[in-house]
Write a protein that binds this ligand. Structure first.
Ligand SMILES: [Zn+2]
Length: 359
């Protein structure tokens, strides 16, 4: 489920399997709920094995497992579905036994509104996913979890009270949607900006900035993140191991007078170190009596002034997997640097751009 496309594909496949299975089963299913690849079905107990075998017969590569209710309860997504003696269904917020319940700590160096959001989101989630008869149990759970994360009890109780009041008000008067968006609202588009958070001064700076611009909305972000503290686990690819690149090889000179300002710009689909080695081989193989026809500008430079390429200091100028684009990039780098390359190496750039690039 790592790819963004996976849930969409899973949804399409599940729809197909459901259609096929229901046609074969020709069965009345009282409740059928689906969330991506999770299904919740209410079916007669004696049909469970048969239904499972039908689902598993549709595609040999897609096999289902099943869980049946225990003590009239069954966990589905973030809820426990509970069936009472008369068959009525109710829901209770569910978290896995392995859930650590670790939330943003109250003493953490974050803006207060972010901490209040943590409290409000937990309250909304627990109350929203639970039937009314479990709300007292929910409030006890909310207090337990939040106090484990150092939130003060009076703050938690105030937020729970506020949530209950707003729910009651919503039930009395449903929210009105304002459809009259004036042209001035569109013109005065809201700007959202982020600021690093420092508890001593960020709130004051934000206040001053927002006073000057009523369309500005500021959000605070932490200065010290895990990403900043810990190194990336994946080792960076060495430059010499990169491929599909435009590269630059400085000239080493003739070994006595190492002063040469020229470099060679090339592009390759192979690894940089392999292409560098090929340039050295070209020079080793070159005999002064040989024809220069078909050799690179590196060999020409060696022929003219006996300078060799400094392959220990090859640098990658750009990575481009499309060959045509790579060739254009190569030409652009040749035109904007002092190189030993041939004039023909820039022929694929239109003369209109050449005059602009040289400025
Ligand atoms: Zn040189």
């Amino acid at each position: 489920m790592g790819l963004p496309l996976s849930p969409v594909l899973a949804d399409i496949v599940m729809e197909h399997i459901l259609d096929e299975a229901m046609t074969i089963l020709n069965l009345q299913v009282d409740v059928c709920l689906k969330y991506v690849d999770d299904l919740f079905l209410m079916v007669p107990k004696q049909s469970v094995d048969y239904i499972l075998s039908v689902f598993n017969s549709i595609n040999i590569n897609i096999q289902f497992t099943h869980v049946v209710e225990q003590n009239n309860e069954l966990a589905f997504l973030d809820t426990t579905v509970i069936r009472d003696a008369v068959g009525a269904i109710s829901f209770l917020w569910f978290s896995k036994p392995t859930c650590s319940n670790r939330l943003l700590n109250y003493r953490s160096n974050h803006p207060m509104n972010q901490k209040l959001n943590v409290v409000d989101n937990l309250i909304k989630r627990m109350y929203g996913l639970s039937s009314t008869k479990f709300h007292y149990q929910c409030s006890r759970n909310i207090k337990k979890i939040l106090m484990m994360n150092d939130y003060p009890l009076d703050l938690i109780e105030n937020r729970i009270k506020k949530h209950i009041n707003s729910r009651e008000n919503q039930q009395v008067s449903p929210p009105q949607v304002d459809t009259n968006v004036s042209s001035s609202d569109v013109q005065n588009e809201i700007m959202y900006r982020g600021l690093h958070f420092h508890s001593s001064c960020s709130q004051n700076i934000g206040k001053i900035l927002c006073e000057d611009s009523e369309n500005l909305r500021l959000g605070f972000k932490p200065t010290y993140t895990n990403r900043a503290i810990f190194s990336k686990l994946k080792q960076k690819t060495l430059e010499e191991d990169l491929y599909n690149v435009v590269y630059n090889i400085p000239c080493f000179g003739d070994g006595i007078n190492a002063q040469c300002e020229l470099s060679y710009v090339g592009s390759t689909g192979h690894k940089v170190k392999i292409r560098g080695g090929q340039h050295v081989d070209d020079i080793k193989k070159f005999n002064r009596d040989n024809d220069l026809e078909g050799t690179t500008a590196v060999v020409h430079h060696f022929h003219d002034v006996v300078h060799v390429p400094d392959t220990d200091n090859i640098s990658v100028l750009a990575i481009e997997h499309n060959k045509t684009k790579r060739k254009i990039l190569e030409s652009l780098y040749i035109m904007t640097n002092d190189t030993m390359n041939f004039r023909r190496d820039t022929e694929n750039i239109n003369s209109v751009y050449k005059s602009l690039l040289r400025k």
